[in-house]
Design a binder for this molecule. Structure first.
Ligand SMILES: Nc1ncnc2c1ncn2[C@@H]1O[C@H](COP(=O)(O)OP(=O)(O)O)[C@@H](O)[C@H]1O
Ligand SMILES: Cc1cn([C@H]2C[C@H](O)[C@@H](COP(=O)(O)OP(=O)(O)O)O2)c(=O)[nH]c1=O
Length: 193
């Protein structure tokens, strides 16, 4: 089973993901961007304020393709539980926002369309729900994605994804104290496992 954790920067995904390692020690814990050289290229792009948004989309997508073939598909073939800190919805929501002012009519649909022939959808996506202002504060506004106006667009895109496939998502109130967020996530996971 493939479970993804999604949400705005600062929503607490990594905090939850780290804690889940104790709860599910047998699971495969992974993340996007990955730690491969494709992930390194993505990190360089994140730090570049003038990165071309379309070039950046393809860097993230290359990292995802490698992640799928090297980590996700083999782990699922072995019957493992896979828990990924960010996955394809991050591309739909974030690059859907960076491409909003481009010549592409419907960037979210476009980004989905380039994934559709090869990706593997998560079985469950836990969305850590937080308002963009709190998200920007918590994440420290250190990169170009961590600004509240941009995160507002990203949030709208996530909402669109949730509305399109409500059965795949569970939402957790990420404004709660960390302990309660973790309890809610564990409850949701235990219910499906
Ligand atoms: N529920 C929470 N309430 C308050 N602060 C939190 C909560 N969860 C995480 N944080 C803090 O917010 C910051 C970002 O958390 P992090 O887990 O890295 O988020 P993300 O991976 O979604 O960007 C960290 O300083 C973390 O300690
Ligand atoms: C995976 C992914 C991340 N991102 C962005 C979100 C983050 O701002 C940045 C790095 O992701 P990440 O390291 O998960 O940041 P955080 O822990 O703060 O959420 O890359 C995308 O724009 N598209 C993607 O496909």
């Amino acid at each position: 089973m493939l479970v993804s954790l999604e949400g705005l920067d600062g929503s607490g995904k990594t905090t939850v993901w780290e804690s889940l390692k104790e709860t599910y020690p047998e699971a495969v814990f992974t993340r996007e961007p990955t730690e491969s050289w494709y992930g390194d290229a993505v990190s360089r792009s994140i730090s570049a304020d003038d990165a071309d948004p379309l070039a950046e989309l393809f860097l993230y997508t290359a990292d995802h393709a490698d992640h799928l073939s090297r980590v996700i598909r083999p782990a699922l073939a072995d019957g493992d539980l896979v828990i990924s800190d960010r996955y394809s919805d991050s591309r739909y929501a974030y690059q859907g926002a960076t491409l909003a002012d481009s010549t592409i009519d419907d960037p979210v649909a476009y980004v989905q369309s380039i994934h559709e022939p090869f990706t593997r959808s998560p079985d469950l996506t836990i969305y850590l729900d937080i308002d963009p202002e709190t998200a920007a504060e918590r994440s420290g506004k250190t990169n170009k994605f961590e600004q509240s106006a941009y995160l507002k667009r990203v949030q709208q895109n996530y909402q669109r994804l949730i509305d399109a496939t409500p059965g795949r998502f569970v939402q957790v109130d990420a404004s709660q104290p960390p302990k309660q967020v973790l309890t809610d996530v564990r409850e949701q996971l235990d219910a499906v496992l």
